[in-house]
Design a protein around this ligand. Structure first.
Ligand SMILES: Nc1ncnc2c1ncn2[C@@H]1O[C@H](COP(=O)(O)OP(=O)(O)OP(=O)(O)O)[C@@H](O)[C@H]1O
Ligand SMILES: [Mg+2]
Length: 474
């Protein structure tokens, strides 16, 4: 790919230079040639007018102008210019020594008409007599408005062509050097452009092969740099994702293994009749029930999380009163609450606007937060459930005065499987998915979660929810 971009860029660069040089060169040659010919024509016109003044007395007196002309022609011979004279009928009466045979020939009617009207005739091109390109000017001679003849001047175009040829050669030389230099510059420039592209390609290829530690480092500060930082960012995210996926699989297996091992152990014990009596067996069965519950909860939590990940979770959104779901969650947690002799203080205003969202899922949020508050509170403690309307949103806070969270753990408690005290949390049935699900649900609702906690003093978990139409709770 790089090779083709490189050759494409370089060849188009060279192509552009060549086209530009050719156009400029041919225009220059064409313009200079035209300019030189025009100049020469003007020069000849002036000269032929001068000559007509010299020749005029001879024509008037009918004397022979040949000697004068011959002198003139001899002088001009070096330049290749020669002068002829015509009479009033356009007949050549004097020609140069080389073209004496032309004496007696007459001008074309058209030229003659032009001369008679007082205009100088100018022509450039191939001529019958010279067998090469010539510039020809004819200046008319008048005597008291009477056309009496004219002076023809011939001069070869070759001189002009020689000049342009020399110029073209010089230009070609300069152009060649220019082309060579620009090809070199083009080569370096193209290399410079394609090198980072090549690097980006290499890196993306190794990323595709799973090497997430590769990074694109570019010196330039252009669009490619933006691309490079996007790729680096993407790689970082991919690598995090990959790490998270691996951790997740490891965690899930780990979490599944302990209840399963325990289940297996108790089943073995039951089969082998290890229980001493009916009471013992019952105890085993209760443990089996607890572990199975734990497994079912774990699987359900995992399913929920995987739905968030795959964006397949469906939300049944509507307005609902917060109080009713708080009551439902408290009812579900009644046994735990009573088991720890906890007091729950509910501070939800009567006129709190309805919340807007998926009622069942928000109930799960409150359930998970309350479950934590209960689990990490000490016996006889207090839990406060507070809600208020704030900036068009409903703010819910669940406060406990339990063990609290160490500051260094606070940033991670929303992560999957994160538990401050692994052994203790697990022994109490926790898997570290509760808060991850809370955050997942609140995020999907466009709300925010927040935690404030002090070790040994307690924790306050809060989240915000959209407010529904201005109906109020009754
Ligand atoms: N109210 C709280 N007081 C003190 N620590 C808490 C509180 N809530 C959460 N934590 C800490 O954060 C960790 C993560 O909580 P999370 O609810 O995600 O998991 P869990 O309660 O351990 O397990 P489960 O998946 O059953 O909820 C807990 O293990 C605990 O260490
Ligand atoms: Mg929990």
């Amino acid at each position: 790919m790089n090779k083709s971009i490189f050759s494409k860029l370089l060849s188009s660069y060279i192509g552009i230079v060549l086209v530009a040089v050719t156009i400029v060169g041919s225009m220059q040659v064409y313009l200079v040639q035209n300019y030189l010919i025009k100049n020469k024509e003007q020069e000849l016109v002036v000269r032929s007018q001068e000559l007509s003044d010299i020749v005029k007395p001879f024509l008037l007196t009918n004397s022979d102008p040949r000697p004068v002309l011959l002198t003139v022609n001899r002088a001009d011979r070096v330049l290749g210019t020669e002068a002829w004279i015509i009479d009033k009928d356009g007949k050549v009466i004097v020609a140069s020594a080389d073209h004496l045979y032309c004496v007696g020939n007459t001008l074309e009617e058209m030229d003659l008409d032009q001369l008679k009207s007082g205009k100088v005739s100018i022509r450039t091109g191939q001529t019958e007599y010279f067998k090469k390109a010539m510039i020809r000017t004819i200046a008319p001679i008048f005597d008291e408005n009477q056309f009496i003849g004219g002076v023809i001047l011939y001069s070869p175009v070759k001189g002009v062509n020689d000049t342009t040829k020399t110029m073209s050669k010089l230009y070609l030389g300069a152009a060649l050097i220019g082309i060579l230099i620009s090809i070199c510059i083009g080569f370096l420039l193209t290399k410079q452009i394609t090198r980072p592209i090549k690097r980006v390609c290499e890196v993306t290829k190794s990323i595709a092969d799973g090497k997430f530690d590769e990074r694109v480092e570019l010196k330039s500060k252009d669009e490619l740099n933006v691309l490079a930082s996007s790729i680096n960012h993407m790689t970082k995210r991919l690598s995090e994702h990959e790490k998270m996926r691996r951790n997740f699989v490891a965690n899930v297996s780990h979490e599944l293994r302990s209840p399963l091992t325990s289940i297996q152990g108790y089943i073995d014990a039951l089969i082998q009749g290890k229980g001493k009596d009916r009471q013992d067996e019952n105890r085993y069965l209760q443990i089996l029930q607890k572990e199975t519950h734990r497994l079912i909860r774990l699987v359900n939590d995992l399913l929920e999380i995987s739905q968030f990940d795959s964006q397949t979770a469906t939300f049944d959104v509507d307005g609902f009163p917060l109080r009713s779901i708080v009551d439902r969650a408290l009812t579900s947690l009644k046994i735990q609450l009573e088991g720890k002799h906890l007091t729950v203080n509910i501070d939800i205003p009567q006129n709190l606007p309805f919340c807007y969202g998926d009622e069942d899922r928000i109930e799960q949020v409150i359930y998970n937060l309350l479950d934590n508050a209960i689990r990490y509170s000490s016996h006889g403690g207090l839990i406060i459930i507070f809600a208020t309307s704030l900036n068009e949103e409903v703010l819910v806070e669940i406060t406990d005065f339990g063990q609290g969270i160490p500051p260094q753990d606070i940033p991670f408690i929303w992560d999957r499987f994160y538990r401050v005290d692994k052994a203790r949390s697990r022994s109490e049935g926790g898997t570290g998915l509760g808060l991850a699900i809370v955050k997942g649900i609140v995020d999907k609702h466009g709300g925010q979660v927040l935690v404030k906690s002090r070790l040994g003093e307690g924790s306050k978990f809060s989240f915000t929810l959209k407010q529904s139409e201005p109906e109020t709770e009754t």
